[in-house]
Design a protein around this ligand. Structure first.
Ligand code: RIB
Ligand code: CA
Length: 309
C-alpha cells in the first residue's frame, strides 16, 4: 500500500499494538494520534512512544483528548493491564509526544496528504469527532477511513448489551463521526469474533518472531491469560483485523453497504450501532460493513508484522 499515507488514531492497548506493528510493516505511517480509552491518556501515549521505539521507527505521537466528549466512561484495564500494555514494567521511551494536539495533527495530515491519506480509527472516536467539529471538510481530503467499532447485530462487549468498547466509551463522538462522515469502512466486534486466532498457533507464531514478537508476547501475557480464564475459544485482536482491511482492502470476502447510527440515550442500548439492514428508513448507506475476510491472509499479515514469516 505504498501510494497511501496512513495515520492511526489509537488507544494502545494490546490489540492496537498489533495493528500498529502491521502498519509499520507494510505502509508509510505518518503518525499516531492517541486517545484515552483502554486506559488513561498518559498510559496510551507512553505505550505508543514505547512501541515506536520497539519498531525502530521515528513515527510522531500526538496526544489527544483525555476524556470522552460528554460523559465519563470506564476503561478496559481489566483486559489490557492497568498500564494498557500488560503491566510489564517496561523501560519507558525517552521520546516525548509532539506538542500538537491529535485532532490538529489529523487535520494537518489531511491537508499535507490530501487524497492520499488513509485514516484508521482504532480507539474511541473522540479525537476524530473533535477534528470534524474543527473542520467539517476533513472527509473530503481523506482517501479511506477505516473504523474498528460497533457490533452490527447487537452482540457487543462493553457497557450495555449491544455496545462495543470504541463506540460505547464515547457514543457522542461516534455519533458526530457516523452522522457527518459520508462513507467509511466499519470493522466491528462481531467480525472480530468470527476471525479469532487459535491460541497455540498464535503463540507458536510469536515464538518464531523477532524482537517485535518478544515484546508483543510480553505485553499480551495478561490479556491472553484473561481470555483463556473467560473461556474464550480464540484470541480476539479487533484492531489488527481493522488494520488488515485498511492495508489490504481486497482481503474482504463479504461486506454490506448500510446506514449505521449510534444510540445515545437508551437505558439498555446506549452506545449501540444501529444498522438499517432492511433499508427501512431509506437513508443513504454511510458504511461499508465488513463481514468476512480471508483468514489466512489476515494471519499472514500478523506473522509478517512480528517477523515470523
Ligand atoms: O472493542 C474492541 C476495541 O476496544 C479495540 O479497539 C480495543 O483496543 C478497545 O479499544
Ligand atoms: Ca483500540
Amino acid at each position: 500500500m505504498q501510494k497511501y499515507k496512513i495515520l492511526i488514531d489509537t488507544d494502545p492497548g494490546v490489540d492496537d499494538a498489533m495493528a500498529i506493528l502491521m502498519a509499520h510493516d507494510r505502509a508509510d505511517v505518518l503518525g499516531l494520534s492517541v486517545a484515552a480509552g483502554n486506559v488513561g491518556l498518559n498510559y496510551t501515549v507512553a505505550n505508543a512512544l514505547k512501541l515506536v521505539d520497539v519498531i525502530g521507527a521515528q513515527t510522531p505521537v500526538y496526544a489527544g483528548c483525555a476524556t470522552p466528549l460528554v460523559h465519563a466512561a470506564a476503561d478496559a484495564a481489566a483486559v489490557h493491564g492497568s498500564d494498557g500494555f500488560g503491566d510489564t514494567g517496561y523501560t519507558p521511551s525517552t521520546r516525548k509526544a509532539q506538542s500538537e494536539h491529535a485532532a490538529l495533527a489529523i487535520l494537518r495530515a489531511s491537508h499535507e496528504h490530501a487524497g492520499k491519506l488513509v485514516l484508521v480509527a482504532l480507539a474511541p472516536l473522540t479525537n476524530v469527532a473533535l477534528a470534524l467539529k474543527l473542520d467539517p471538510s476533513l472527509p473530503q481530503r481523506v482517501a479511506k477511513f477505516v473504523v474498528m467499532g460497533g457490533a452490527v447485530t447487537g452482540r457487543g462487549n462493553y457497557g450495555t448489551v449491544p455496545a462495543e468498547f470504541n463506540i460505547g466509551f464515547d457514543p457522542e463522538a461516534a455519533h458526530v463521526v457516523f452522522s457527518s462522515w459520508p462513507h467509511f469502512t466499519l470493522v466491528d466486534w462481531e467480525a472480530t469474533v468470527r476471525h479469532g486466532l487459535d491460541f497455540e498457533r498464535f503463540e507458536a507464531m510469536l515464538d518464531k518472531g523477532d524482537a517485535r514478537a518478544q515484546f508483543y508476547a510480553s505485553i499480551t501475557q495478561k490479556t491472553r491469560a484473561w481470555s483463556r480464564e473467560r473461556g474464550r475459544p480464540k484470541l480476539l485482536i479487533a484492531d489488527a483485523l481493522a488494520m488488515a482491511v485498511a492495508l489490504e482492502p481486497d482481503i474482504v470476502l463479504r461486506e454490506e453497504e448500510r446506514h449505521v447510527a449510534v444510540e445515545l440515550d437508551g437505558r439498555l442500548t446506549r452506545g449501540a450501532t444501529v444498522v438499517d439492514w432492511e433499508n427501512r428508513l431509506g437513508e443513504r448507506a454511510n458504511a461499508r460493513i465488513v463481514l468476512d475476510v480471508d483468514q489466512s491472509r489476515f494471519e499472514a499479515l500478523l506473522a509478517s508484522a512480528v517477523g515470523a514469516r
